[in-house]
Each structure stands twice: as C-alpha cells, then as structure tokens.
Design a protein around this ligand. Sequence first.
Ligand code: NAD
Ligand code: MLT
Length: 525
Amino acid sequence: MKVLVSDNLSATGVEILKKESGIEVDVKTGLPKEELIKIIPNYDGLIVRSATKVVAEIIDAASNLKVIGRAGIGVDNIDVEAAGKKGIIVMNAPEGNIITTAEHTMALLMSLSRNIPQANAALKNKKWSPKEFMGVELFEKNLGIIGLGRIGSIVAERAHAFHMKILVYDPYISQERAEKLGVELVDLPDLLGRSDFLTLHTPGLSGKPLLGKEEFGQMKPGIRIVNCARGSLIDDSALIEAVQSKQVAGAALDVYHKEPLDLDSPLLQVNEIICTPHLGASTEEAQEKVAIAICDQIIDYLKYGNVRNAVNVPSIDAETLGIIKPYLVLGEDLGNFISQLVDGPVTRIDIQYNGEVSTMKVEPITIAILKGLFNRSIEGINMVNAPFIAKERGIEVQESKSSEVHEYTSTIQVRVTSENGTRKVTGSIFGKGDSRIVQFDEYNMEAVLSKNMLVLKNMDVPGVIGNLGNVLGKNNLNIAGFHLGRRETEGKAIAIINIDSPPTTEALRELRNTSHILSVDSVTL
Ligand code: NAD
Ligand code: MLT
C-alpha cells in the first residue's frame, strides 16, 4: 500500500511509515494541484498538514485513496464532504498540539499585556521609549474564554496560575465541567461585557463571524483579544475599527481568513494588533507528536481497518468494537434484508433500539444499517459514505431508544418507508452473536439470517407447507431452515426459509403459482 506525504511532516513520523512492512511512502511537498491530481490515483493514503488544499478535484481523481490524515486539528483544508461521498476516511491528530497552542495563547496574552513585540521592534529601530509601552497586569483580571474544549481548558488551567478570574462561553459545556475547571459559565453578552482579556478556542465558521461590529460594541472598553483558533471567527474590518476607536486596546492574531496572510493586509498596519504567522502548533514537540499520531493511525487503518480520530465516521475503540460488533453485523443484515422487500425508493428509516443495546454507542450501528440498505444498489458503499448517500437521497433517518426489555434483552427494529408503504423487521442477538429476525412486519418468529433466503406469505391452511416442500425439492433447492410466523386472526402466515443456493427465476415462478401462496421474495445477504 502506498502513502503520499504532501506537506512537511516531522521526520520521526515519516520513519514510522518507512519501517512498516507493506507500506511504501513518498514524500513530495509543495506539489501544484495539477501534479497532485495526476499522481493521487497511485496512493491508498494521503498525509497533509495545512499547506495542501485537498479540494474536490483531487478527491475525484483519487481512485484508490482510502484515507486522508491531517497532522493537526483543523480539517478546513480538506473537502471532508467530497471525501465522505467517495468513502474516504478523513482523520486528524487532535491531541498532539494542544499544549503547544495553549502555550502560544499565553505567550500572546503576555505580549498583549506588556506590548513586548512593539517594544522589541522599537528598540531594534534604535528607539528607547519605555513610557510608550506601559502595560497592564493579568493578575485578578477577567479572562473570557470562548470554547472550553481541549485547548480552551488548558488555557484556563494556565490562566489560574496568573490569578485571573475565568469566564467561559461554551453552550456545549456542562456546569459540572465548568466547576471542575474553576470557571464561571456565562452567556456571550455577559462574557463580552465583563472580560478584560478575551481568547477564542472554537472551530472555525463558514458563515457570520462570532465577533463582528455588534459584538465589539458589547465589549468592556479596553479589552484585549487573542485569536489562536481560526481567522473566520473575527470580522477583521470590525476589529480594526474597534481598535482605532479604542474600544479594543489590542489584539493578537495567529490565524487569518486567508492564509498565508496578504502582506499588504490592513491588519499589519495597526500597531496595537500583534500578528504571528499561524505559529500556534509550531513547536518541535507538537510537530513530532502529531506526526507520530497520524502515521500510527494511518498504518492502523490501512493494515488493520481500525479507525481512530476520524472526522467523517464515528471512531470506535477496540473495547467498544468488541461489544457492539454483533450488532453491527445484525444491523447491516437487517438493512440489507429489508432493502430487498420494500417497494419503491426509500424516503424514511426509523430505527428503534430497545433494551441493552440502547445503552451502547448506537451511531455506528445506524450507519451499518444504512450501509446494508444500500449494499445491493450502490457500488462502493461503506461506513463512511452511507450517511452521505442517505442525506443526498433525501432519506430521513430517525433513531429512538428505549431501555424497556420485553421478550429479548436487546432488539433493533428497522422500519423502512417508501412511497408505496412501510415494512419493518426486528432483529436480536442470540447466544454468542447469532443474528435472528424476531419480527417481520407484524409476524413474530425466530428466523436465522443466512446468505440465501425466501420470504413467503401464504394463507394459513393445511397442505401449504407440503406443496412448498415439493416445489423446492423439484427445483433442487435444499432447505437449511424453516421459520414460520402466524397471525391466526388474519388466517395468514409468513415463512422465512433458509436455502443452500439462490432460487432460479423458474423456481420463483413456480412457487408464486403454488396455491395459497400470496407472495414470494428472494433475499440474498
Ligand atoms: P475542541 O473541539 O476541543 O474545542 C472546541 C470547543 O468549542 C468545544 O468545547 C465546543 O463546545 C466549543 N464551541 C463550538 N462552537 C462554539 C460556539 N459557537 N460558541 C462557543 N463555544 C463553541 O477544539 P480544540 O482542539 O480546543 O481547538 C480549538 C481551535 O483551535 C480550533 O479552531 C482549532 O482548529 C484551532 N487550533 C489552532 C492552532 C493554531 O496553530 N493556531 C492549533 C491547534 C488548534
Ligand atoms: C491545527 O489545526 O492543528 C493547527 O491550525 C495547526 C496546524 O495548522 O498544523
């Protein structure tokens, strides 16, 4: 298998790839897009940092690519959706540079409070003017943190050492976590109005920036702002205006809307704005850590199929995988089974997890069901592209859970709706991992899922099963299992028959012509 490293990656990571048997690695950095498009079909894996822009055209050309690894956190230089549709996993290395980036944030906070870059530049310009660079203390000041994730939390810890009071705006953080980190959770206007310093640590945005004219207007006058997250979080013109009007005393930026930053950018003309060239993750330690992490993950996926830190498919650790594996198999089989019995294009899927399985991580099981649903109709369907395909086709997917236990400790019901009606199948796991159908439409049964099956609906009258046996025998179809579900009130029954080989068209025709048989479908898993 071949891996291309298209950005500067720490040598330790490249060595890991080189030493791995069965993996060949090429390091080709700074390639123009056209060149990358030309060579990408040769590779199974691609590793980038932020310089390579993995756009849809590159992904389109990547006929063998299985995985794209980002040595770092942000995947905004990768068209994740295009990769997903093509079944390519995108993974990042989210842990390796968080300390380094938090430290850069602290460095910028201190630079801002004491005007260090400006004072250094003045002195080097032969100007001794200490009065010009009077600073402020961090001690007992309010630090507003927007985004208390991996980096924001480390910044909070470090800021405590400076005796800062920490206010946090993060709508996804619990009160319990906030208390554990010794921070006060507030809403955005409150944070803006009370913070002496403000630092951003959320993912980038594609729409309206988080801090624009309105937000600058709500800030405590004289606030100082640090952005080590993403340039898209701040409206640059509004920032410059706020600095010039003295509403904001200063800002320190490491990230920009467009990188590399245009060297004529107005941001570089404002003395109170300190700019670093996206240095947040640039330490030897962090670059080595992210390189090692991403190379290990790529090897683990290409050689053993283990998915870690994927951003477009749920990651499953080995322990969870051990627990949910039988349900992944059952889910895929149920999706595949019902896809062959539903009439017309599917518009909606309702998945009901009941009992023990409802306490597990069900997201991958839902994806397995979708994969099963498309197995026969879409070539190259996999756990990455299945949700994208469902979305693309306008199929509504609804999940629900209940811990209630009835006859079985766990069941998964897949209810599929098309323009022509609804069909449902419920499955369970027996013993050490045997998949069974326990209900099909309204019929209770315990049917084994196997490669070749016949699903028959018949009138529940004497003699039907005998006739059926005769037709199957005549057509050389050996019965491996026979499972019956009856609804006495309706006088009808459903049979799921496991057969050793698929039925011929002739056999199906004969079965359909057998008296009291209402419908016959062949299902292949
Ligand atoms: P993370 O995912 O661990 O944390 C992000 C936090 O932001 C989460 O707690 C989330 O709940 C919160 N959040 C999301 N949307 C929000 C919103 N609208 N308002 C408030 N909070 C919101 O991310 P991380 O690993 O801490 O990284 C944070 C940022 O730093 C990312 O943008 C990442 O790309 C960037 N980064 C930059 C550098 C650099 O070199 N400058 C290095 C590493 C990471
Ligand atoms: C990241 O997202 O990891 C950072 O922006 C650092 C980098 O670009 O490598």
